[in-house]
Design a protein around this ligand. Structure first.
Ligand SMILES: Nc1ncnc2c1ncn2[C@@H]1O[C@H](COP(=O)(O)OP(=O)(O)OP(=O)(O)O)[C@@H](O)[C@H]1O
Ligand SMILES: [Mg+2]
Length: 222
């Protein structure tokens, strides 16, 4: 279970996230929908520990996530796919995908096993593995960023506007990857943001909205 308790975040003296109280059970997929500048990225960065909290606590099951530095949150199996995907151009796709596990100094065998599962979930990455990170289209980069976040995100996965700018065909492949993911890792918590709720289709079990940094429950899947 992911729990956000009384979260307030300021950036440059501007009050960006306001009194956020939110919880989601394991095995759920939550969509967070809000227009540009509403605070979606700030929310995910705060969960990841990349933007500091002014108030509040974040829990992932028994783990007091907000007490940990960002790198330690990744060690607690939190994966993050940022909206601007950040694929390193000087590395191959495979090196990009392995990178978060290499940073955690996991064994080669463990990383190979994780990669095998990730490629089962996102097989569309396989033909790109040896390619340079610089040689990807925006949409391909999003698939690779998903694969990379899955290497560590076995407990909680944060996806920031994955469908934004994806061509319909790639959007479909991405959706199929998420449904394989839910089968392979049924206990995983997934948080997906979007500015356009329609792009999320039937993926989320619940939709929350975020508006000027305040979050509200919106809709349960029918
Ligand atoms: N580094 C920063 N410096 C100053 N203000 C910032 C910074 N990052 C975010 N903000 C402000 O915080 C608010 C929320 O921004 P955020 O990027 O979280 O919104 P968003 O919902 O992700 O928007 P988008 O749909 O455009 O990605 C905006 O008003 C933005 O201008
Ligand atoms: Mg954003």
């Amino acid at each position: 279970m992911l729990k956000l308790d009384n979260i307030n975040v300021d950036i440059s003296d501007n009050h960006i996230l306001r009194d956020i109280n939110f919880s989601m059970p394991s095995a759920a997929t939550i969509g967070i929908v809000g227009r540009n500048g509403a605070g979606k990225t700030t929310l995910l960065r705060s969960i990841m520990g990349l933007t500091p909290l002014r108030t509040g606590d974040i829990w992932l099951d028994d783990c007091h996530l907000s007490k940990l530095p960002s790198y330690a949150r990744a060690q607690h199996q939190v994966g993050y796919s940022p909206e601007n995907r950040v694929i390193f151009p000087s590395m191959t796709v495979e090196e990009n995908i392995r990178m978060p596990c290499n940073t955690q100094k996991l064994s080669r065998q463990e990383i190979d096993q994780r990669l095998e599962v990730v490629l089962e979930i996102v097989p569309d990455i396989i033909p790109m593995l040896k390619r340079s990170g610089a040689a990807l289209s925006g949409g391909q980069g999003k698939m690779v960023a998903l694969g990379r976040s899955l290497m560590v995100g076995t407990h909680l996965l944060l996806l920031d506007e994955p469908f934004q700018g994806l061509a319909p065909k790639l959007g479909l492949l991405y959706t199929e990857a998420l449904s394989r993911l839910k089968n392979i890792r049924p206990k995983l918590c997934i948080v997906i943001t979007e500015s356009n709720a329609k792009l999320l289709g039937s993926i989320p079990d619940q939709i929350w909205t975020i508006e000027r940094g305040s979050m509200q429950f919106h809709q349960e899947k029918k």
